[in-house]
Design a protein. Structure first.
Length: 759
């Protein structure tokens, strides 16, 4: 950057970081229906000047105020477009964070944010600054008097600062720290700082009083700069922990009774942070409870909670950790773990003294449960909150080279991509995460739509589907993994169908790079549905998400995305013999359908109704792409069920994808053949063992009068016929190739059927 010695304006790409004026055109409604357009000058917002003064105003100059960061350097980085000067929209905040980190800043203050705006990309930017550049990231916790997460403050590895105020005690002249009446509070807050009636700098050569967590956070940032100046060997995270553990506890007084645990450790105490260096600071950074919940055979199982802890500061002497549940649906039956000594920056696990909990089956699907850890070591007391999801309605197909998380409400990839409690692995191939968001969209005649993907807000998902049967793995003789779930629209007037979702995966080549997903759509209404279109929405992120290309291969009915260097491919193919759909979306587009401003109902219906004519995006530089791949069903009669099958695949090249599609077609044909053969028979009570079998197969309970046994392959072809003379029989199957077979028992003209697998 040229001439960036005074900072940089990331949003407007210049070196003028001041709050500037901007001229925009506005439409004025006329009294007689005639509108007029006028030019309006917007004045600079001035918010950043308020913030910067708190941390960085010059000291000991008999002028204005003194910033908390005494004699520390200050780098202004602007992330707001001039045209947004009066809106306060920080569109380039995370780019500004990266800029500051790359230019040597060791503390970055983020006095901006919003609710419901969790982003994995933003978390990645924060992690880069913290772990790659050793930056302490501090953020304002919000200015709404509600219990809610506020981002970026609620991201991991961010020091979240809420606003405090003061009140005189009712029984003495003591001044008591209280939560500011406007301040947001939550379990993610780390500490508080004064945020009411703060006198600070304002615009050019002015001073004013203001309020907000935006002014609390830079007090902590200035204090952090002093701590880093004094304790030069401390890392960013250690500095943050020192500021946190030396804060004055404030949620134990009567005025803060409603906010216990939601104001962090307490109010910032700069003197303690600079002089008190003997406290430990223990934090849990990993636990196995979420994985244990997924693996539990029943919801009433006793689960062992193993956790990893790190001590950032002074060594502990006799540390004990106590686990508490804030929900009646999780019962802690062994709550105490004795950890004793953990040295500075050492890690420890409670494997020798684990916690034990029971998850009761009373909660709703995917319920988020809050748990609290209490730390005690001599004079050191501390706490930490963490969360788990119980009664999970999602699972991960992971038997082959691609892993895909599926939910019981139609989502694919991460279960809830816009939540901090995002679960699952997404779609992964050889260590690469390929999918940011995915899910099912279904439209019906008359502009009706049911879906579970992002909506017009852009930072939340539609939740049209309600589960009828939670997703579970089921026994399979046609695949190495098989899952099943059933759901329908919460409002049957939208798209009146129930959806059964069944998936299959195989571990061996050439079936090891794809997963089959079949949707069975049943018409729940009393009238015919003329046209139903069902498609999978996939927001692809292959390697660098901004350099992806997309295309359609008609011969394979395959919509696919690939990197500009042709090193990584992902795709969705329509396996059913139906009219296909493929619409490729440039997420960054402002002239066509783009997703950065949300995904409206009209846009979703458009992507499902254009066939394959908008399927290609192959510009030289690529872009951030999404695709909708689907198919059309015509004339679905009342109570009729029709199926659409897709194959999701990944590979190193297009040939990989097409090979997977060909194999998926064969596999689906086999599955349909097996289903048809099974449907011919009602009785499956014959006992076959061992199953799978090697060279010999035993059958018992054949029933009186059984006369003939036939061995059939999955195509229904008879391979051998044996006449029976007893109620039990032992069969030599050594000549059969490995695979799935059927045993057909003929009894006086009636037939029964069962399956077996030959190793």
């Amino acid at each position: 950057y040229i001439d960036n010695f005074s900072g940089w304006d990331i949003a407007n790409n210049d070196n003028d970081v001041r709050a500037k004026q901007a001229t925009v055109q506005k439409t004025i409604k006329g009294s007689k229906g005639q509108d007029s357009i006028i030019n309006v000058t917007l004045n600079g917002y001035g918010h950043a000047s308020l913030v910067a003064g708190v941390s960085s105003a010059s000291t000991n100059n008999f002028l204005g105020i003194a910033g908390t960061g005494f004699k520390c350097k200050f780098l202004p980085v602007k992330g707001m477009l001039d045209i947004d000067a009066e809106k306060g929209s920080v569109n380039y905040g995370y780019q500004g964070l990266i800029y500051a980190a790359n230019h040597g800043c060791k503390i970055v203050n983020l006095s901006w944010g919003s609710t419901n705006s969790f982003s994995h990309a933003a978390q990645d930017a924060i992690n880069y600054a913290v772990f790659n550049k050793d930056v302490l990231v501090i953020a304002a916790a919000g200015n709404q008097d509600v219990d809610q997460n506020y981002y970026p403050a609620s991201y991991e590895n961010v020091l979240s600062v809420a606003a405090s105020s003061i009140k005189k005690s009712q029984t003495s002249d003591q001044i008591i720290d209280i939560k500011a009446d406007f301040a947001t509070y939550n379990y993610e807050v780390d500490l508080c700082a004064p945020g009411a009636s703060i006198y600070t700098t304002y615009k050019s050569n002015n001073y004013t009083s203001s309020k907000g967590s935006s002014l609390a956070a830079p007090q902590v940032a200035g204090a952090a700069a002093l701590v880093r100046s004094k304790y030069k060997d401390l890392s960013a995270l250690q500095v943050g922990e020192l500021l946190r553990v030396t804060a004055d506890v404030m949620d134990t007084n009567i005025f803060n009774k409603a906010y216990v645990g939601k104001l962090g450790k307490g109010r910032l105490n700069m003197l303690k942070a600079l002089t008190a260096s003997k406290s430990p600071s223990v934090r849990m950074y990993h636990n196995n409870l979420s994985e244990s919940v997924l693996q539990a055979s029943s919801s009433a199982d006793t689960l062992t909670l193993l956790a990893d802890f790190v001590n950032f500061l002074h060594p502990t002497k006799d540390l004990t950790i106590t686990l508490h549940s804030l929900s009646p649906n999780v019962v802690v039956i062994d709550s105490l773990s004795k950890m004793q000594i953990i040295k500075t920056l050492d890690s420890a696990t409670n494997i020798l003294d684990p916690f034990k909990v029971v998850i009761l089956p009373n909660g709703k699907a995917n319920e988020v449960i809050t748990l609290r850890l209490s730390y005690n070591d001599s004079a050191y007391t501390d706490h930490q909150y963490f969360y788990i999801i119980v009664n999970p309605n999602y699972l991960t197909m992971d038997t082959n080279e691609i892993s895909l998380t599926e939910s019981g409400v139609g989502r694919l990839g991460l279960h809830d991509v816009f939540s901090k409690m995002t679960t699952g692995v997404g779609l992964q191939y050889k260590g690469n995460t390929l999918l940011y968001e995915g899910g099912l969209m279904i439209s019906a005649s008359g502009g009706r739509l049911s879906n579970c993907v992002r909506n017009e807000k852009g930072n939340a998902q539609d939740n049209n589907f309600v589960p009828l049967k939670d997703i579970r793995f089921v026994p399979s003789v046609t695949a190495d993994q098989e899952s099943f779930t059933e759901f329908q629209d919460t409002n049957k007037l939208n798209v009146p169908v129930s959806i059964s979702q069944r998936s299959w995966a195989w571990k061996d080549a050439p079936s090891n790079k794809h997963i089959l997903i079949e949707y069975s759509l049943k018409n729940l209404s009393s009238t015919k549905i003329d046209t139903i279109r069902a498609g999978i929405f996939a927001d692809w992120d292959l390697d660098n998400s901004n350099s992806n290309r997309g295309n359609w291969d008609n011969s394979s009915s395959l919509g696919y995305t690939f990197t500009t260097d042709n090193s990584l491919y992902g795709g969705i193919a329509v396996i059913s013999k139906l009219t296909p759909i493929c619409y490729t979306i440039d997420n960054a587009s402002t002239t066509a359908i783009g997703l950065y401003d949300g995904f409206t109902k009209t846009e979703k219906l458009t992507t499902l109704s254009q066939g394959t004519k908008n399927s290609q995006f192959i510009t030289l530089k690529g872009s951030d792409l999404s695709q909708v791949v689907g198919a059309e069903i015509y004339s679905l009669q009342p109570s009729e069920t029709r199926k659409i099958c897709f194959s999701i695949q990944a590979g190193d090249n297009l040939s990989d994808l097409k090979t997977s599609v060909s194999d998926a077609q064969l596999k689906y044909a086999m599955i349909n053949t097996v289903t048809q053969v099974e449907n011919e028979f009602d009785n499956h009570e014959i006992t076959v063992f061992p199953n799978p079998a090697n060279d010999r197969l035993s059958l018992i309970n054949l029933g009186d009068g059984a006369t003939v046994i036939e061995i059939l392959n999955v195509q229904g072809q008879i391979l051998s016929t044996i006449k029976l003379h007893a109620n039990e029989i032992d069969i030599n199957i050594s000549r059969l190739e490995s695979g799935l077979y059927f045993v057909k028992i003929i009894n006086h003209g009636a037939s029964t059927l069962t399956k077996f697998v030959k190793n």
